[in-house]
Write a protein that binds this ligand. Structure first.
Ligand SMILES: CC(C)c1ccc(C(=O)O)c(O)c1O
Ligand SMILES: [Fe+2]
Length: 294
């Protein structure tokens, strides 16, 4: 089993770096750490970067996960190869571009490019945020896949991944540490990045960000709302070239060794946002009361 230590980064292509980077700094609130050889590095926490824009065609390029060390990386290569997964080792130049010591790359069963990295550079100083969005850390990434159950089988058989909750066959929320999820898979017709999440420091930060996004005319995709799964309060919004960002606050941790994943019904209005729950008395109760002359 391959032991994932943490999420590392999302690497995304951009045909318009100025707009993509400008949004990440001025709207999302990240720090532009710098750029080199056509790659722009955005920072949100101790990581050197958690979002890299690479000049070229727009669209997600890879999602990076960190492993403990070189031995773990070599072992991962052996396990993936034994499982019939084609593995490509990164070159020193490519590793430098990712600010990691070493890495390997492979595709999940749907064509999502995954990179396992060691020695992701960390910076001691706190980020110089583009604006005070209250970001505390890169929280999770959500991939698209046509078959969520198959995605779960892939991740849970090869990695230290457990499912925390299901939203039917629509989404799978997975963890490899006590955080409710750091990897999610959402049903989509094509591989891709559903969204990138940033944790913020307070409920006020979610709501202040929502107001800021509205005033900037940013497309709000969903929320503010509250996820019944992690109980986090969230807002999703659209950035340039279709990159969806999510701020959320209050993601729960799962400390119970005997946690049993729940299955939420995606046909229910409150499956993703518990604030969309019924506000009226269920019609059956109302009918019953009327019938009883209450
Ligand atoms: C709808 C998506 C996949 C989703 C569902 C639940 C949570 C959560 O409980 O925090 C998310 O962060 C999501 O992005
Ligand atoms: Fe999310």
């Amino acid at each position: 089993m391959i032991t994932l230590h943490d999420i590392a980064y999302v690497r995304s292509g951009t045909a318009d770096a100025a707009t993509a980077v400008g949004f990440a700094v001025d709207v999302v609130g990240m720090e532009l750490l710098g750029h080199e050889d056509g790659v722009w590095y955005l920072r949100a926490d101790q990581r050197h970067h958690c979002l890299a824009f690479e000049e070229g065609e727009a669209g997600v390029l890879a999602s990076g996960f960190s492993l403990a060390d070189a031995e773990a990386l070599a072992d991962a290569e052996n396990q993936l190869t034994a499982a019939g997964v084609t593995v490509v080792r990164g070159t020193p130049k490519q590793a430098r571009s990712r600010r990691v010591e070493d890495f390997l790359a492979f595709d999940d069963p749907f064509g999502n490019r995954i990179e396992l990295v060691t020695g992701q550079v960390q910076l001691a100083r706190p980020p110089h945020f583009g604006r005070p969005a209250g970001i505390t850390e890169f929280g999770h990434l959500c991939l698209d896949a046509p078959d969520v159950r198959e995605a779960y089988r892939f991740w849970s058989t090869l990695f230290n991944i457990k499912v925390s909750d299901w939203i039917g066959e629509l989404a799978c929320l997975m963890r490899f540490d006590p955080v409710h999820h750091k990897l999610a898979v959402f049903r989509g017709s094509e591989p891709g990045l559903c969204h990138i999440n940033f944790q913020v420091d307070s409920l006020d930060d979610v709501m202040r960000n929502w107001r800021f996004l509205q005033e900037r005319g940013v497309e709000i995709e969903m929320g503010p709302g509250r996820h019944p799964q992690s109980t986090a309060i969230f807002v999703y919004f659209k950035g340039p070239e279709g990159l969806t960002y999510e701020y959320s606050y209050g993601v729960r941790r799962i400390e119970e060794p005997d946690w049993v994943p729940r299955v939420f019904d995606p046909s229910e209005p409150d499956a993703i946002d518990m604030w969309r729950g019924p506000t009226q008395r269920p019609s059956t109760q109302a009918q019953l009361h009327r019938a009883l002359g209450a």
